[in-house]
Design a protein around this ligand. Structure first.
Ligand SMILES: C[S@@+](CC[C@H](N)C(=O)[O-])C[C@H]1O[C@@H](n2cnc3c(N)ncnc32)[C@H](O)[C@@H]1O
Length: 272
């Protein structure tokens, strides 16, 4: 992925060359890169180099800030290629249609999704909270013997893509998508709940405990500092206790490094 840098060697002053990122995300055929301010005047040549180095990339977009708001959306600016932000991404045998500026999706969570699918037992009923365009529900349904996976998503655009993605992947019936706020979900009793909203993390758990069977499993994404990796799991145990549930932490898995000495973690727990 850093092959584009070689194409730019000698074409940029050394100081600027040193600032070129060594990696970026590719979602479907769209490359999304974060550039420092110092390279703002070089976007054209950088975009062209990415297109030249990766023949499957048809659009290059540059990040305009980080993910924000309840829907976790990110502003992007197209710097090379076609003028569109809709694409189809392939992950673990599933096809996922999405619009990258209107819906959150991270290809970096692919192995974490497969890890959770591998923990699911036969006939389990699962809930995925913050299911976006459907990657967790679809990949869990495809790679496990779950009887049903329900996804709940508040962003109407992401929900619309999730519904289409279920049909595209022929998983109607086994994957159900619900549009709305999880705190309003009144029905359901699940063997396992995946909470994919790390910026809210464990603090959202009290609003879903009523939906988790006694002895059920929880997987909660959260952010934490390297100096205190276990802070979210301690908080999770406390929150369960306050809600008269007993929580046993099974594992804290590092699932990405969004900043220096900062991790995205997934806490696996059994709640009785
Ligand atoms: C970090 S994204 C994860 C999306 C998806 N699971 C993925 O991995 O691509 C979090 C998602 O949670 C949704 N969300 C935030 N609060 C929510 C709530 N209260 N109920 C349902 N969905 C919510 C956002 O709209 C967003 O799509």
């Amino acid at each position: 992925m850093s092959a584009y840098r070689e194409l730019l060697r000698g074409k940029l002053p050394e100081k600027e060359f040193a600032l070129l990122p060594r990696s970026f995300d590719v979602i479907g055929d769209i490359a999304i890169i974060e550039l420092p301010r110092e390279l703002a005047k070089r976007v054209k040549i950088i975009g062209a180099a990415i297109m030249e180095s990766l023949h499957n990339v048809k659009v290059v977009a540059v990040e305009q800030g980080s993910h924000t708001g309840k829907y976790r959306r990110q502003k992007l600016r197209i710097i090379a290629g076609e003028k569109r932000l809709e694409t189809v991404h392939k992950e673990s045998g599933m096809v996922l249609g999405l619009e990258v500026q209107k819906c959150y999706f991270s290809p970096r969570l692919g192995s974490e999704r497969l890890r959770i699918a591998g923990l699911v037992k036969q006939d389990e009923k699962l809930l995925v909270v913050g299911s976006g365009v459907g990657p967790y529900p679809l990949i869990i349904a495809k790679h496990s013997k779950a009887s049903q996976v329900v996804g709940v998503e508040i962003n109407p655009v992401a929900h619309k893509f999730a519904v289409q993605n279920v049909i595209k992947n022929k998983l109607q019936g086994r994957v159900i998508c619900i549009k709305g706020d999880v705190s309003k979900l009144s029905e359901g009793e699940f063997d396992r709940i995946v909470m994919a909203i790390p910026h809210e993390g464990v603090s959202l758990v009290p609003s879903i405990l009523r939906l988790l069977k006694k002895g059920g499993f929880l997987h909660v994404l959260d952010f934490t500092e390297e100096s205190d990796i276990d802070a979210p799991s301690r908080k999770l145990v406390e929150l369960c206790k306050e809600n008269n549930r007993k929580c046993k932490i099974l594992a804290t898995i590092k699932a990405g490094q969004p900043g220096v000495r900062r991790y995205r973690v997934c806490i696996d727990a059994k709640v009785s």
